[in-house]
Design a protein around this ligand. Structure first.
Ligand code: TXA
Ligand code: MG
Length: 347
C-alpha cells in the first residue's frame, strides 16, 4: 500500500498547546493557511486538521498518522452552503439530512467536485463532509477560510483521542499545534452515511445519530452496510465499501477481550478470566461500568487509553445492548477487541 510516511515525514516539530480563545484560534487558522497541521476538538473526537483543498498539506496528515493512503478523510465545513462547493449532485435526501442533523455528528458521503484533491478522497470519486457541533471547530474552519480535512487525531489503528492530552500523547513532535477544547461531549466518531444514490441511504459507520433517529426524523428508509448487519463476524474485511473498514481500528496496546451474554454470567466469567491472567503473571484492567449508555460511550476510548497508561496486559469489557448509541459502542468495542469475544451463556 502506498503511504506518505517517508515522502512527507518531517523533522520533529515543537507542538504548541493552544486555547480556544479567539486569539489562539487565529494562530491556529494561520497554521492551516500556511499548510501545517492543527488538532482541534469536535463534539465526537479530536480531529487532525489541514487545508482540505491542498494536496501537500493533506499528505502531511497521512504521514503524521501513519495512515494508509487509500483511507479517505472527512472534509469539515462551517456552513451548509460549503457542502455544495465540495460536492455535486447533492440529492433532496442528503439536503434534508444536512438540515436536520447539522451541525452534528453526521458525515455524508457524496460525489466529489473535481477540485477536491484525490488525496483527501483516497482516490475515490466521493468525499465525506461534515459540519461539527463544536464552537471552536466552527470558528477555526471559518477563520482558515477553507474546508478542513481531518481524521481522528490518533496514530493510525489506536483509540481515538477525546481530549487534548490524548492528542499530545500520539502527535507531539509531529504537528504544529493542538487546540485544547476540553473533553469531547460524545466521545465516538460521527455516523457515516453514504448518500450518493438518491434511492438509498447506507450507514457505513454507526455513531451517536442512529438509523432509527434518521428514519424517525426524515421518514426515509436507511440501511446498514452489509458489514454492520453481522458485525460480530470478521466479515467487514471482505468487500469494504468504506475503505476505513478493512484496517485494524481503535486497538489499545493491551489485548482486549469482550464478554457477551447475561450480566451475572459475565461477572463470573470476567472474574475467572482475571484470576487466570493474574496467575500467569499478567495485569488485568476492566472497563468501568458507567451510569448511562451515553456515558459508557463517551468514556470508552478514554478508558482504553487510561488502562494502557496503567500498563495492563489484558483489558476486559462487558457488552452493551445494541440499541441507540449502544450499536456504535459495540461496533467500536468489537474492533478494539480484534474480534476476541467470549460468549458466556454458551456452554
Ligand atoms: O467524528 C468524526 O467523524 C471524526 C471527527 C474528527 O470529525 N473524524 C473521523 O475521521 O472519525 P476518520 O478519518 O478517523 O474516519 C473517517 C471514516 C473512515 O471510516 C473513512 O473510511 C470514512 O469515514 N470515509 C471518509 N470518506 C469516505 C468516502 N468518500 N467514502 C466512504 N467512506 C469514507
Ligand atoms: Mg479514525
Amino acid at each position: 500500500m502506498n503511504r506518505y510516511d517517508t515522502e512527507f515525514k518531517r523533522e520533529r516539530i515543537d507542538t504548541r498547546m493552544l486555547s480556544g480563545s479567539d486569539e489562539d484560534i487565529e494562530i491556529a487558522a494561520g497554521i492551516i493557511k500556511s499548510k501545517g497541521l492543527v488538532a482541534f476538538p469536535t463534539e465526537t473526537v479530536y480531529g487532525l486538521g489541514a487545508d482540505g483543498m491542498d494536496e501537500n498539506a493533506v499528505k502531511k496528515i497521512y504521514a503524521a498518522k501513519g495512515r494508509p493512503a487509500d483511507n479517505p478523510l472527512i472534509l469539515h465545513i462551517a456552513d451548509k452552503k460549503s457542502a455544495f462547493q465540495i460536492c455535486k449532485n447533492v440529492g433532496i435526501k442528503a439536503q434534508k439530512l444536512m438540515d436536520e442533523f447539522w451541525p452534528g455528528p453526521l458525515t455524508l458521503v457524496l460525489s466529489a467536485r473535481d477540485d477536491v484533491p484525490l488525496t483527501v478522497r483516497g482516490g475515490l470519486d466521493t468525499v465525506g463532509v461534515r459540519m461539527p457541533d463544536n464552537e471552536i471547530a466552527l470558528k477555526l474552519i471559518s477563520a482558515a477560510n477553507t474546508p478542513i480535512a481531518a481524521p481522528s487525531a490518533n496514530i493510525s489503528g489506536s483509540p481515538s483521542p477525546t481530549n487534548a492530552v490524548h492528542v499530545m500523547d500520539d502527535m507531539k513532535g509531529k504537528i504544529e499545534a493542538v487546540i485544547d477544547g476540553g473533553e469531547c461531549s460524545r466521545g465516538l466518531e460521527s455516523t457515516v452515511v453514504i448518500a450518493t444514490e438518491e434511492e438509498e441511504l447506507i450507514i457505513a459507520r454507526p455513531g451517536y445519530i442512529t438509523k432509527e433517529n434518521i428514519e424517525d426524523v426524515t421518514g426515509y428508509e436507511v440501511k446498514y452496510h452489509d458489514s454492520l448487519v453481522n458485525m460480530h463476524l470478521e466479515n467487514d474485511v471482505i468487500n469494504p465499501s468504506s475503505p476505513g473498514m478493512k484496517y485494524r481500528h481503535y486497538a489499545p496496546k493491551a489485548e482486549m477481550i469482550l464478554f457477551s451474554g447475561s450480566g451475572e454470567n459475565i461477572e463470573q466469567a470476567m472474574k475467572k478470566y482475571s484470576e487466570h491472567v493474574k496467575n500467569t503473571g499478567g495485569k488485568v484492567g476492566i472497563i468501568p461500568l458507567r451510569d448511562t449508555l451515553d456515558e459508557q460511550a463517551r468514556n470508552f476510548f478514554k478508558d482504553l487509553r487510561e488502562l494502557d497508561k496503567e500498563g495492563v496486559d489484558v483489558i476486559l469489557a462487558r457488552d452493551v445492548e445494541k440499541a441507540g448509541v449502544g450499536f456504535a459502542l459495540m461496533n467500536r468495542m468489537i474492533k478494539s477487541a480484534g474480534y476476541r469475544i467470549i460468549y458466556v451463556d454458551e456452554e
